[in-house]
Design a protein around this ligand. Structure first.
Ligand SMILES: Nc1nc2c(ncn2[C@@H]2O[C@H](COP(=O)(O)OP(=O)(O)OP(=O)(O)O)[C@@H](O)[C@H]2O)c(=O)[nH]1
Ligand SMILES: [Mg+2]
Length: 218
């Protein structure tokens, strides 16, 4: 019985996600779902990325956390429109929460909406938010064995960003191992290596997203 209930919830979510996507398409907004473990560097990467867009796309951000507005305050400091969702215990965002947050954003004034999901490598994978791109982050400090251990989220992602590459000299993390595992699981996914601390690789991500916005007419 529990499995049937879970399937119903996911089906209802999928329908709402399609409605969100139709709304985003109508407004020519490219929507990115940013995923990864707690502390992998999602907000720090966002801060670095937003600074590198250089006016090529008008961004807005939705922040997902169980509680607090810490991440939204960080984004607000950059002058970027931001809405904080507090899930009140839930370990992932869903399409209903994103629809509610979008009521606070003028979609006609933006080209790029980045949704930082709740820090979680498991539950977030199952919920479509209506996004166009899923970007999953794996930081060097988490270890290089995560792709085969948490396959769902990596399999469903359009890009993998290996972050905190400035820590590579101090760790046994093998980027080659991650690339091999990712190519096997999601051969079409882009793989980027970034240090938000030094800025290495951030430009490549900014260029890619800015180009995607143009292609989508955003
Ligand atoms: N060395 C290094 N540290 C980083 C890098 N990116 C982020 N950090 C640090 O990692 C910690 C967590 O960064 P956040 O950006 O807050 O991580 P997050 O994924 O947004 O965390 P949650 O929203 O809580 O899931 C902070 O202390 C950052 O300074 C990086 O590229 N290199
Ligand atoms: Mg964060």
């Amino acid at each position: 019985m529990k499995i049937i209930v879970a399937k119903k919830i996911l089906k209802a979510n999928d329908q709402l996600a399609e409605e969100n996507r139709a709304r985003f398409n109508q407004a020519n907004v490219l929507v990115v779902n940013l995923l990864g473990s707690p502390g992998c560097g999602k907000t720090t990467l966002l801060e670095a990325l937003l600074a590198k867009l250089d006016g090529r796309a008008a961004p807005a951000v939705i922040e997902g956390d169980l509680a607090s507005s810490i991440d939204a305050e960080r984004i607000e400091k950059l002058g970027v429109p931001v809405v904080q969702i507090n899930t009140d215990g839930a370990c992932h965002l869903d399409a209903t929460m994103v629809a509610a947050a979008c009521a606070e954003i003028d979609l006609d004034k933006i080209d790029l909406l980045i949704i930082e999901n709740v820090g979680n490598l498991v539950c977030t994978a199952g919920f479509d938010l209506g996004e166009h791109l899923r970007i999953v982050i794996l930081s060097v400090s988490e270890g290089d064995d995560k792709v085969p251990k948490y396959p769902t989220i990596f399999h469903k992602s359009d890009a993998l960003v290996v972050t905190k590459t400035d820590l590579l000299p101090y760790s046994n993390f093998s980027v080659d191992r991650v690339i091999t595992d990712m190519n096997r699981l999601a051969p079409k996914a882009r793989i980027l290596q970034i240090s938000a601390l030094t800025g290495e690789g951030v430009e490549t991500l900014a260029d890619w997203l800015a180009n995607q916005c143009r292609r989508d007419g955003g």
